[in-house]
Design a binder for this molecule. Structure first.
Ligand SMILES: [Zn+2]
Length: 188
């Protein structure tokens, strides 16, 4: 299986688990000094290896005929600040986004081990901008997950398995916090 096919397995999984919508969210993986990244404006479940884009750490397209995601600045800004990071996943997961700082990270015992950090919360900044890229990269200098207010979620990992798992853990934490809150009001 090629690197592109292996990468797409995770993109499809993220879509079918409901973390990505047809056109929102983006995924990248670092290979040496190059970054394999999803293209802009292409339906995620139908992406082919040929539609993926290879860029360098300045965002220049090395291979591929499509444009990279409009959030490419965020991906390269993170790789530049975190040499240990091999994959970046950005989703528009609704529940963690609306709950943001209200998520209780202590509610599921395994979460701390999987996340390896707190969940950073980044104030709203217009998507696709250099300002957002810098703010997210700064928030992820000491954290592995960030919630972007009114926008979505970013998780990093040494590889795609670790980054994708962190997205799923944050989604679980948001759900668990919501369930616990609702149940505590019912018990009154
Ligand atoms: Zn986004």
């Amino acid at each position: 299986m090629s690197i592109e096919q292996e990468f797409l397995k995770y993109v499809y999984l993220l879509y079918h688990r409901g973390h990505l919508t047809l056109l929102s969210g983006n995924v990248s993986m670092r290979v040496g000094d190059e970054v394999l990244i999803t293209p802009t404006s292409r339906p995620k479940p139908f992406l082919t290896p040929e539609e993926l884009v290879w860029i360098d750490l300045d965002g220049r397209v090395l291979r591929g005929s499509l444009k990279p995601t409009s959030e490419w600045r965020m991906h390269v800004a993170i790789y530049r600040r975190r040499p240990d990071v091999g994959a970046v996943v950005h989703t528009h997961d609704v529940l963690p986004t609306v709950m943001a700082e209200r998520i209780d990270t202590s509610i599921l015992s395994e979460a701390e081990a999987y996340l390896g950090s707190e969940i950073a919360v980044v104030p709203y900044i217009r998507p696709g901008t250099a300002e957002l890229a810098e703010a997210v990269a700064e928030a992820l200098e000491r954290n592995n997950v960030a919630i972007l207010k009114r926008h979505g979620l970013v998780a990093v990992g040494k590889d795609l398995a670790e980054a994708v798992n962190r997205i799923e853990v944050v989604q679980d934490l948001a759900m668990a916090t919501l369930y616990a809150t609702v149940l505590s009001t019912l018990a009154r």
